[in-house]
Design a binder for this molecule. Structure first.
Ligand SMILES: Cc1cc2nc3c(=O)[nH]c(=O)nc-3n(C[C@H](O)[C@H](O)[C@H](O)COP(=O)(O)OP(=O)(O)OC[C@H]3O[C@@H](n4cnc5c(N)ncnc54)[C@H](O)[C@@H]3O)c2cc1C
Length: 427
């Protein structure tokens, strides 16, 4: 569906070559990359919130992933390993606080040991640097109080505040001449009609909720939790749909912080899409435990009581979600119970560090994952890009799915998108 609107007030900033919708890490990294490549183009980021990085980019584990888990040959695998190297170079060059604390993936039984070995082979195929298998007796050399049957050690895994990185990208973009419009919620796109000369210069208008509009030649959307809605505005298919899954964290008490100096992860269960509850040291010294995965009742539902009626109605009408809920009914119920009675989660944590007790944990922050689902309830795992239909659609590129580890991969995703904008739009 393309919106043809009544004239609205055009911002006094003139016309743009490229408008990027979404001030998360994908939008800001791509804006920076485009500005580095094309310093003469006029570009803007538009963001609906009053600050950048307010959603997934500002509510995540803060891990710099090394690329172990992903299917060899997939975009996820390639872009993560590339993104890891680019990210560390960037952090060092710009003095962004980060730590290469490493990561242990710990198997607790024979079946997990077998999966851990498979994971090691996968990591090697993905060119993850310096991966090592660690036998039971040596695990404590990497994390003194951690226990398990066997572990995988990834020394390149690190931690950083991705919101800080995102804002850094945006600052560089601005210094090179880019503009950032906050409080600009995009509600539609239309063809310019009032002036033919202007139409040639910038044939698309990007409309905001408060009836402003920005004329531009091309549009890139990186709208995270709303990416499907933006795509539909230019005539794209509704599928894949975004379903919000909240990831809640617990906080480890100050008296037990010394127990965790590296990232400690379980061996992921291949039946489930997420990595499992892990111990993550934060760059500010906190230790986060989590995240779990529960359905949220709002796309930006950071708490159980955040309920958005429009979002709920959309979810209720989406057959893919019923199929997913049916498939994951029992594990889903377990996650909900553990979310409500959070001390129950302590048993999962004690498998790795027995010294953690329920007295040492309290509720912490949460993030919401933009989980893309197809109509059959399958989780869409890799990055998805889409164009629109008709005259407007031919000038718009949508980044529809940028799941974890997209923060780690943001600089390589930005390069990929910039190449795509060159081939598709000659930009
Ligand atoms: C709980 C959790 C843990 C994670 N852990 C990690 C991790 O440790 N390491 C890692 O690499 N990745 C991690 N990820 C994934 C990573 O955070 C995301 O993949 C990444 O932040 C996605 O960035 P984005 O720019 O696509 O989306 P977002 O950061 O969500 O940004 C999208 C932006 O678009 C804006 N927007 C939406 N609609 C409109 C509109 N109509 N008009 C204007 N603006 C609009 C939003 O306000 C938002 O600012 C995690 C994610 C979650 C949720």
């Amino acid at each position: 569906m393309i919106f043809f609107r009544k004239p609205c007030s055009t911002d006094s900033c003139g016309t743009f070559d490229l408008v990027i919708v979404g001030g998360g890490i994908i939008g800001c990294a791509t804006a920076r990359e485009m500005m580095v490549r094309h310093p003469n183009l006029k570009m803007a980021i538009v963001e609906k919130e009053n600050a950048l990085a307010k959603h997934q980019t500002g509510h995540n584990s803060g891990v710099v992933h090394a690329g172990i888990y992903y299917k060899p040959g997939s975009m996820k695998a390639k872009l993560c390993v590339e993104g890891l190297k680019l990210s560390y170079e960037y952090f060092c060059k710009h003095d962004i606080p980060h730590k290469k604390v490493g990561k242990l993936i710990v198997a607790q039984n024979k079946e997990q040991v077998k999966r851990l070995d498979d994971l090691y082979n996968r990591g090697i195929k993905n060119n993850v640097p310096d991966l090592q298998l660690v036998e039971k007796d040596c695990i404590s050399k990497y994390e003194a109080k951690c226990q398990g049957e066997r572990a995988l050690w990834s020394p390149w895994t690190g931690i950083v505040d991705w919101a800080v990185v995102c804002k850094h990208f945006a600052e560089e973009f601005k210094k090179m001449g880019g503009q950032v419009f906050l409080n600009y919620e995009v509600t539609g796109f239309s063809e310019m009609t009032e002036s033919t000369q202007r139409e040639e210069l910038a044939p698309i208008s990007v409309h905001s909720k408060d009836r402003r509009c920005i004329p531009t030649k091309y549009v890139l959307t990186c709208a995270g939790l709303h990416s499907d809605r933006l795509a539909v505005m230019t005539g794209c298919d509704l599928s894949p749909r975004i379903v919000p899954f909240r990831g809640e964290y617990l906080l480890l008490s100050d008296s037990k912080k010394h127990l965790c100096t590296t990232n400690i992860y379980p061996v992921p269960d291949p039946r489930f899409p997420f990595l499992g509850v892990h111990f993550t040291p934060r760059i500010n010294g906190e230790i986060w435990l989590g995240p779990n995965a529960v359905l949220a009742f709002a796309r930006e539902g950071y708490r159980w009581l955040d309920i958005n009626v429009k979002d709920c109605i959309e979810m209720a009408r989406f057959p893919g979600l019923y199929k997913l809920c049916f498939r994951y009914f029992f594990p889903g119920c377990k996650e909900v119970i553990k979310s409500i009675f959070y001390p129950l989660a302590v048993r999962d944590l004690q498998k790795f560090i027995p010294e953690v007790s329920f007295r040492d944990i309290k509720r912490g922050p949460a993030g919401v994952r933009a989980q893309a689902l197809d109509n059959n309830g399958n989780l869409v795992d890799d990055f998805v890009f889409d164009g629109g239909k008709g005259k407007i659609g031919g000038r718009v590129l949508h980044c529809r799915n940028a799941p974890s580890p997209a923060a780690t991969s943001s600089m390589s995703i930005a390069k990929f998108i910039a190449d795509k904008l060159k081939t598709d739009f000659k930009l």
